[in-house]
Design a protein around this ligand. Sequence first.
Ligand code: CTP
Ligand code: MG
Length: 217
Amino acid sequence: MSVAVIIPAAGSGSRFGGDIPKQFRLLGGKPILQHVVERFLAHERVGRIVVAVAEMVVDEARQTERVRYVAGGATRQQSVSNALAAVSDEDLVAVHDAVRPFFTYGTFGALLDAAGVHGAAFPGVPVTDTIHLVRDERIVQTPERQLLFAAQTPQCFRTAVLRDVLTRAMDDDATDEAGLAARFGYDVRLVPGDAMNFKITRPEDLAMAERMLEQWS
Ligand code: CTP
Ligand code: MG
């Protein structure tokens, strides 16, 4: 089955801060986004990669047959929708955060296989902390920890499934597509994720990524 990859990279990185959005910060001398694009490009099952970026970045980007840059939107979900419009007839599509440079081919392959069979799959890691639902500084609920998983990317879908889900979600602002697919009744399978596949969110995460890069590859 052919595979397209969508990389939402149009965020402003407000929690990270700084002059340029975190996905363009250097990791080992190379922009984080470029690490991610190159890793997917080198994967034998991946055909086209569509990257959603800010409009002014689209103008400067070098478009190639395999890597397309399109304008993202105000929300992550809008950015993914815009990118999906540039995916043509690939059977499967993976959505991956621009700021998770340490995804593994092993997990990615397992996710593609699971998505091919069931329609949708995401990498999840069991949470180690107890998670409380808090409103107005009061605990309102404490879900059983054994049932809780932190969702990572790449999240993989049959392309028809992701199209249906994003059309029906309209202008919602979901932080991940797996949850949306489950909401609309799809069978979304958990594949064990990897602790090292963290999302670079705050400056200290980039410092940790620099240390990890030394041991990587
Ligand atoms: N993203 C996007 N379009 C948006 C918002 C986010 O493409 N309008 C992307 C980000 O660039 C990132 C991914 O979605 O690759 C995950 O989002 P997150 O880590 O939350 O990044 P930001 O939204 O940029 O950061 P913050 O929430 O701290 O502002
Ligand atoms: Mg965000």
